[in-house]
Design a protein around this ligand. Structure first.
Ligand code: TXA
Ligand code: MG
Length: 314
């Protein structure tokens, strides 16, 4: 049924025809459609089983394409994109009329980024339109970092553009701009400290901010029970039936399966490999997935965000 390949021309034809194409970015694979075609975008929600209140990110191939999609940007926004685009930074800005409401779930703002991936950029250029794309997984499930991961969850997508494994491994940092500076809506590999080199961090909690499902407590979940290791739960489980996402190497004894997610406790490498490790353990014959926590500093914040949401159970 599905088609996987590396034909960018064909993928661009599909996008122009209102079909859905899964494509690589530097972060995770996206499930893309012509962002200016509401019917095509509607199919994203359908295929992903995503609730309609959860807005999509729009991907552009050129910094200049930003201006058509928004009503206003001040010099702070241009300073941010000069430094971080192409790259894993999504900026939430007031949308222009050409962006259909279905893309933004009726919000007056739109999230935009320019991915740092040659295949993605060429696809957007050839399609001749901005591409709306959430991560190419079923809603709430583990994000895909390879074409194979997409195929497993979304066999009915029209085309999977295979660009190998992604190089960052976790989704973009999402920020909103306020009068005081920037707020982080989702942590990613671009950290608060790096952003602070360009703009001040606004630490005022703004309750009117939309609660995006990326911020819900449960997300990124494997089909198997997952817990974050601590002294108490490690005593109570049958390790021989469990798989470990290992960070330091210290907890590995007795586990039925171990995936060392990074070498030398390197957080960047952990981010690159973590979703693939979760997919591996989901497919293996263990009953339980145990994740060793990582330090919550820098990129560790983004990693622990995802582990906590993947492990969350009522
Ligand atoms: O790295 C990424 O960002 C990947 C690749 C494919 O670009 N995309 C991605 O999309 O992670 P998705 O849909 O899985 O997560 C996007 C998050 C959602 O939680 C959504 O609610 C939030 O961005 N979002 C999008 N537009 C927004 C807006 N206008 N205001 C607030 N949140 C928004
Ligand atoms: Mg997602």
């Amino acid at each position: 049924m599905h088609k996987t390949g590396s034909n960018i021309e064909l993928a661009a034809d599909y996008i122009r025809a209102g079909k859905l194409v899964a494509f690589p970015t530097e972060t995770v694979y996206g499930l893309g459609a012509d962002a200016l075609n509401p019917l095509a975008v509607a199919r994203i929600f359908e295929l992903k089983e995503r609730p309609s209140f959860d807005p999509l990110i729009v991907h552009v191939a050129d910094k200049k394409d930003l201006d058509k999609l928004i009503t206003a940007a001040d010099e702070r926004v241009y300073r941010l994109i000069d430094k971080f685009w192409p790259g894993p930074l999504t900026i939430i800005l007031p949308k222009s009329d050409i962006v259909p409401d279905i893309v933004t779930s009726g919000l007056t703002t739109v999230g935009i980024r320019m991915p740092d991936n040659e295949i993605a950029l060429e696809l957007i250029q050839k399609a001749g339109c901005p591409i709306a794309a959430p991560s190419a997984n079923k809603f709430g499930r583990i994000s895909p970092t390879s074409a194979g991961h997409v195929k497993k969850q979304l066999p009915d997508v029209d085309y999977i553009l295979d660009g190998g494994s992604t190089t960052v491994g976790i989704e973009s940092t999402i920020i909103a701009i306020s009068g005081r500076g920037f707020q982080i809506l989702r942590n990613g590999i671009i950290t608060r400290e790096e952003l602070e080199e360009v703009l001040p961090f606004d630490d005022e909690i703004r309750t009117e901010n939309v609660v995006a499902p990326g911020m819900l407590k449960s997300h990124y979940s494997p089909s198997k029970m997952m817990v974050i290791a601590n002294a108490v739960n490690l005593k109570g489980i049958d390790k021989s039936r469990a798989g470990l996402l290992s960070f330091s190497g210290k907890l590995e004894g007795g586990f039925g399966k171990v995936v060392r997610v990074s070498v030398n406790e390197e957080l960047k490498a952990y981010a690159v490999n973590m979703f693939a490790a979760m997919h591996d353990l989901e497919e293996s014959d263990v009953d339980l997935i145990v994740a060793e926590p990582v330090p919550e500093t820098g990129i560790g914040m983004a990693i622990m965000d995802r582990l906590k949401k993947a492990a969350y159970r009522l």
